[in-house]
Design a protein around this ligand. Structure first.
Ligand code: SF4
Length: 306
């Protein structure tokens, strides 16, 4: 069988070992050396070009159904974290009776154990449903905060268990309740609600900086889970109806240096990974707006005309 292996950056170190094993079993194996950002970013062009029988994507759960001439296998990466840190989190959570718990796919297999721990300490624990991109209840992605947002009305606080701030920030911005991060490997417990205010200010700043923009570049990624040409066309029509110019800018992965060389644009509008508009907004000469932020800009422009 011809197989293409694809690893996220953190697991690329294991690529050779997997490749050798599959080769010893008689397969012809290729390793994708492209960056990989998630299951939204399958190495489809490479797999098509190589005419493989199978693409094996490591590290992430299935994002959405992808129909190709080759099969696609997802091999999730689970890490057992030491749960002793939960004892310490009780002090932080003592005011909150009803809590939601969310995590990434790496710790999803530990979620029931975490739930039981909190229930044994008299918490009411809620595990919400994702919006559709994350596979499991309680799982969050940078672009799918449903597991927290779907229970935001019920709970007193949210608890994220896992590494880094990328994933919980998406959930933080989609909710209103106090938000705690338990990072088992760093041994860190933190309340991160203040970040909501920072992101809100940044968003406001981008909107105000775009009010005089006349030329908009709309970012469309061709990645399987990010491609949204329909939204891009709708936004283009809205921009043009306001008397401004809009062009659709297409890439697989957006390189911000190349994007910055497109100096004629006064503002960009993101339709690709939603986190580009929140995390990468300072990497170009012009603001990168989300679709909602663009609509706010167009509304302000319209109000100013009257
Ligand atoms: S947050 Fe962005 S990179 Fe991550 S899965 Fe979603 S679209 Fe892909």
């Amino acid at each position: 069988m011809r197989i293409l292996l694809q690893f996220p950056e953190g697991l690329k170190k294991n690529a050779l070992e997997y490749a050798r094993k599959l080769e010893e079993e008689g397969n012809e194996v290729f390793i994708s050396a492209s960056p990989s950002f998630g299951a939204c970013d399958l190495a489809i062009s490479e797999a098509r070009k190589l005419k493989v029988d199978k693409l094996i994507h490591f590290g992430h759960a299935e994002f959405h159904k992808v129909e190709e001439n080759f099969s696609i296998e997802y091999i999730e990466y689970h890490i057992d974290a030491d749960l002793k840190i939960l004892e310490r989190s009780l002090e932080y959570l003592k005011e909150y009776k009803k809590i939601s718990i969310v995590t990434t796919v790496q710790h999803i297999h530990q979620l029931q154990e975490i739930k039981k721990f909190f229930e044994a300490h008299e918490k009411e624990v809620y595990i919400g449903k994702p919006f559709g991109f994350a596979k499991y209840e309680g799982q969050i992605l940078g672009c799918d905060a449903g597991s927290a947002a779907s229970v935001d009305n019920i709970v007193d606080a949210h608890v994220y268990f896992g590494g880094g701030l990328f994933h919980p920030t998406g959930a933080l911005l989609a909710t209103k309740k106090p938000f705690f991060v338990i990072e088992p490997f760093a041994g860190r417990i933190e309340r991160i609600d203040d970040l909501r205010i920072n992101y809100e200010k940044r968003s406001r700043g981008k909107i105000l900086a775009s009010v005089d923009a006349k030329k908009f570049g709309i970012l469309v990624s061709i990645k399987n889970g990010q491609y949204n040409i329909n939204l891009a066309n709708i936004l283009k029509r809205n921009i043009e109806a306001s008397g401004c110019i809009a062009e659709i800018l297409v890439a697989d992965t957006f390189d911000f240096t190349s994007l910055d060389n497109l100096m004629s644009f006064d503002a960009y509008v993101n339709t690709a990974c939603p986190r580009i508009a929140t995390e990468d907004d300072k990497r170009t000469h012009a603001p990168i707006l989300s679709a909602n932020e663009l609509m706010e800009v167009l509304k302000i422009k319209k109000d100013l005309k009257h």
